[in-house]
Design a protein around this ligand. Structure first.
Ligand code: ATP
Ligand code: MG
Length: 524
């Protein structure tokens, strides 16, 4: 593992160690590590031939594909930075990121071609469009034709491990997405450390099969895909998250490890077929990126019967920095199961007050992280970078939480989402977890709404399960039986479904907006 210093080395290393092993599977197309290495050389050569230099950017707008990983690693071999962009975004949002990143080439999936042509025409720097697939390619070259026109020899471009490898935009849950610049070291240094530790859940063998079902525009998709490649596993790439296909992949492709966000797990576990599938090959489900209701976690543990590992992290920390191992998942309800977990190797955590001073164990504050995987900074946002990472390398997460006596991190929620009601601090995730267990509730989000007496009052917005007649008073009583009365919702509104972004995160600011019209919400 020590030889994997840059993203390009990941392809080189496994091509030498296990050339015939399958690196990626996508809709019946299998690519061996030897071919993956050759293809990434061709991508690098094509970018160099197009005049791109170390530090230049290209963008990818599309659903998941094996070719995305060829682009990412191939570009990295030429020192070119890939920016994946969420395919669910609207045209102006795509335009903003393509423009902001100054991508010289834009690689586009078939679903988005029309969209991106319109975007490219508007941009002053006129990026070249390359179609990922023949379908709908029109005048544009296709990725394969563009790649295969090049020699498959390694260009051996000199790359520093501190060079930027990928520019990944944050999910945009709290505002406009910011381009986090992640270096080769960010992507690999912590992985190398982790691979050398006896973390049982992080052991990978030649038979491991990893499912990449979360969107690659987010760290949960790209990061997880890279973890599999780094460990030499076979990566099954799902074009998009499709719950029944997840079960098919588990059965037919014999998936052994997968990462999913709680919102996706919830959909899969509730499929009637989920209780009939053979999970004997599935060793671990890694979950994270948003708080998980305890009842959902218990349900998943019962149905899938494999090891569960929580992951906490963010785009700015290159994904996972904290993990909760399977041993701490005790469905009998020990408090550890509510934790986000322990720092990954090489990660330091502290919890700070508003003045930036560390607070003692058990005290809630803002979580700060220092690690080898902290981003180099936000692209073109120096002020925001300075506010986020201090001179000593501590990165403020914007999340509220505390450390217990044993060093376990408990994440409450985002600082900005905290509700102050009658002087008490209330974290929506805890209330959501309580309400979620009600038999009529399919999904729930908790927000603070203006209240003349309490400042803010706790409101639950509930998407009921199909075919039930939910009762607000009953849901409030249920919550009061599980958490302190002052935390329980004062009111419940019903909606057909909750607004979420592509990372599965509830957009609480959207839910809050109508209640706060014309008023300013105080956040500390
Ligand atoms: P933006 O920064 O643009 O508002 P975002 O913060 O949602 O978007 P990401 O970097 O994808 O973008 O998400 C990181 C955030 O996800 C964390 O700051 C935290 O709030 C949440 N999160 C991640 N893992 C967990 C977890 N295990 N439990 C609870 N929350 C989590
Ligand atoms: Mg964030």
């Amino acid at each position: 593992f020590d030889r994997m210093r840059t993203l390009g080395d990941v392809a080189r290393y496994h091509a030498e160690a296990r050339p015939d092993a399958v690196a990626l599977v996508f809709e019946g197309r299998e690519t061996s590590f030897a071919d993956f290495d050759r293809h990434t050389n061709q991508v690098a050569n094509a970018l160099i031939a197009a005049g791109l230099k170390v530090g230049d950017r290209v963008a990818y707008v599309g659903k998941n594909s094996d070719h995305y990983f060829e682009l990412l690693i191939g570009a990295a071999k030429a020192g070119v930075v890939t920016t994946p962009i969420g395919w669910r975004l609207a045209a102006p949002e795509i335009a903003y990121i393509v423009g902001d990143s100054e991508a010289k080439l834009v690689f586009v999936g078939p679903e988005l071609i029309g969209h991106v042509e319109a975007v490219a025409a508007e941009l002053t720097h006129r990026p070249v469009v390359i179609a990922m697939e023949a379908e709908g390619a029109g005048e544009h070259r296709t990725f394969e034709a563009w790649r295969d026109a090049q020699p498959d020899t390694d260009p051996m471009t000199p790359i520093k491990t501190s060079d930027i490898a990928i520019q990944l935009y944050t999910s945009g849950t709290t505002g406009r997405p910011k381009g986090a610049m992640l270096t080769h070291d960010n992507m690999l240094a912590m992985r190398r450390e982790a691979a050398l530790r006896p973390l049982d859940w992080n052991q990978w063998g030649p038979d491991d099969v990893s499912l990449v079902a979360m969107p690659v525009a987010h760290i949960g998709g790209t990061g997880w895909g890279l973890v599999g490649l780094f460990n030499g596993a076979k990566g099954v790439v799902a074009r998009e998250f499709d719950p029944t296909k997840v079960l098919d992949f588990i059965e037919k492709d014999r998936v052994s490890k997968m990462f999913m966000v709680p919102a996706a797990l919830q959909i899969v576990v509730r499929l009637p077929r989920a209780r009939e599938v053979d999970y004997s090959r599935l060793s671990h489900i890694l979950y994270g990126a948003a708080p998980i209701p305890l009842d959902l976690l218990r349900e998943c543990m019962e149905v899938f019967g494999c090891g569960f590992v929580q992951q906490y992290g963010m785009t700015e920390t290159t994904g996972t920095v904290v993990y909760l191992p399977p041993e701490d998942h005790d469905p009998a309800g020990n408090t550890r199961m509510r934790a986000a977990g322990l720092p990954m190797p090489g990660v330091e955590i502290k919890v700070i007050d508003e003045a930036g001073n560390s607070v003692p164990a058990g005290t809630v504050g803002e979580v700060a992280i220092r690690s080898l995987a902290n981003m180099a900074g936000y692209w073109k946002l120096d002020e925001a970078t300075k506010k986020t990472i201090d001179a000593d390398g501590w990165l403020r997460t914007g999340d509220a939480g505390y450390l217990d006596e044993d060093g376990y991190l408990f994440i409450h929620d985002r600082v900005k989402d905290m509700i102050i009601s009658g002087g008490e601090n209330i974290y929506p995730a805890e209330v959501e977890s309580a309400v979620y267990g009600h038999p009529h509730v399919a999904e729930v989000a908790v927000i603070g709404v203006p209240d003349d007496k309490w400042g803010e009052a706790v409101k639950a917005v509930v998407a009921p399960k199909p075919g039930v007649t939910p009762d607000a008073a009953d849901i409030i009583a249920f919550a009061r039986s599980r958490i302190a009365g002052f935390k329980a919702p004062k009111s419940v509104d019903f909606v057909p479904a909750l607004p979420r972004n592509a990372s599965g995160k509830i957009l609480r600011r959207e839910l809050r907006a109508p209640y706060w019209e014309g008023r300013e919400r105080q956040v500390n």
